[in-house]
Design a protein around this ligand. Sequence first.
Ligand code: SF4
Length: 712
Amino acid sequence: TAGRAASPRVLASICCYCGTGCGVKIETDGDRVLKVSGDEQHPSSLGKLCSKGLALGATVRGDSSRVLSAQWRSGRGEPRHDIAMDQACDIAAARLAQAIAAHGPDAIGFYLSGQLLTEDYAVFNKLARALVGTNNIDTNSRLCMSSAVSGYKLTLGADAPPACYDDLDHADTVLIAGSNMAYAHPVLFRRLEAAKARKPGMKIIVVDPRRTDTCDIADLHLAIAPGSDVALFHAMLNVMVWDGLVDLDYIARHTEGYAPLKERIHEFTPQSVQEICGVPAADIIQCARWFGAAGSALSLYTMGLNQSSSGTAKNAALIHLHLATGQIGKKGAGPFSLTGQPNAMGGREAGGMATLLPGHRDPGNARHRAEIASLWKVDSLPETPGHTAIDMFDAVLAGKIKVLWIAATNPAQSMPDQARVRAALEAAEFVIVQEAYANTETLAYADLVLPAATWPEKDGTVTNSERRISRVRAAIRPPGDALPDWQLACRVARGLARRIAPAKSGLFDYRGVSEIFAEHARSTAGRDLDYSALDYATLEADGPQQWPYKASTREPLRLYADGVFPTASGRARFLDVGYVPVAEPVSAHYPLRLSTGRLRDQWHTMSRSGLVPALTRHAEEPFVYLHPGDIQRYKIGDGALVRIKTRRGQIVLPAMGDDSLKPGHAWLPMHWGSGFIAGDGVNALANSARDPISHQPELKHSAAAIEVLKYE
Ligand code: SF4
């Protein structure tokens, strides 16, 4: 059972896919996983699993699907060959030390993953900042939720989602924006579906350019034009002001910045934005009235808001609706960003991003740096801002970063503008790839491969979307020479310390994950997320726990219930944000609005989920989906091959008609890299234009052209 002493053969752990963080029970004979099922005791999922979670057992294969040994090549163009782990860690340490000696600490970059456990993040972060001396540490979470982080911090004062899954059962109106939760967070979607069945009066609004399966439970679907969310939310606020649905008392007592925003939204009437948004004014008015009149209004949102060159503004504009109506800090209400990856939240808490330090601290704040330096028992931490994900690869191309260490992620496939990313991987002097799966395209660029353990071979913790920390448990041994990510980082770190700072060798002498967690938890003391009183013994005895965690109270705290926010004034902030169109508007040469998204049964670049035939059957090959009218207009035969082009790349694949799209729109599943008839993968097309605050790229929109391939 979750978090309690488990029998020798059944261990409680967490599904390693999405940020819902469902509890799983792993039945094992010590060598093999016999069965994976839902954990009824886990408070976040109550025994439920989706198709991906149920198929987890079939992903556990110690065969050729895995990286089983360290590999090294003596030079570019040379073949890689297996080497012993000691030698591999020594080579890594030596190359890092050489680059630091020749070019300084900022010649090193770490690119991590929301798949890593909190303990992995904590060790990598200490290695980068306390030993190497660089803030060049970022993660694929930058592609996923960094706009949500910026939105929360700028409006509410802290990166703390102020809602939990129970709120799905209690909301009167649910606004789902930029999220196909039926596919991306299926267990939460089913919970919402059940809540609506129990409460026929519940209103569900879906804001999405596509009519996804999530719309099956919607009372109203606003098929807005990509990128027009800020205009929509401002217009909704405008309606609420006119209709007297805003809570002026809450605004006066608990917020600041309302007056300039109210001034700005004058021009955002439903009638004036209906052309920008591509939805009728009457629907915007209806949406605003349901939200404004609700006893409790909950918003659920993900990539449609976040993966945008104006992602922070979109997040803020949605949060404004909650602040203006007092729909926050109470049951069934609040702006609730659902995280994509299993431990995107834990990575934020551990500060494993260029723009963060542990405990939701800021690397640009001298006091925060001193606090973490003291915790880690080093004199100081670096001050120079680090490169965020896209910038990090640009810095490699510019010759500033020489050695790149990539762990548990596949940037050669997952990052936008792939040609540029692949050029950076070629240009780096030395690339370390720490990876569990042998099928990732990034491995082709590795000078040194470190074999990593993965689910269900690792111990540690993750934090899910509702701020709940759960134990992840190792049920079997990793295959071959593979080791947990934190152990690989520690082994290299000790070798590096011997070379560049012998006094720091002891910084990485952890005896196990509970020690790492204890050090990490201390970094949260006195912060908004404070779980300094939490330890592994409590997680074992009492099961998963939400933060902020106080040992004296077992009930999770309702954030902002008192209307006090962790800002300098104690008030939440309205931001005077305007509407900015997508970075790459359509044109005569690129007339299609291209977006990408998830399939129900696949995960990211399919390194794990692609191993399971039962999951692959849902969609065995990629298609580009177009409106049936466009299929006719371009004279595309059923399933005929087309070339999709953007300013960055092109791919060849079959086209299919899909009336869930509007005319002029195209949609591609994001999972495929190679596997197309020609071209580098979906993200060869995607745009790397980024939000100026969160630095999150606009993966959700590119202007594209289509060419129908003819056969002689
Ligand atoms: Fe795993 Fe997410 Fe499915 Fe739950 S909803 S079983 S966490 S993929």
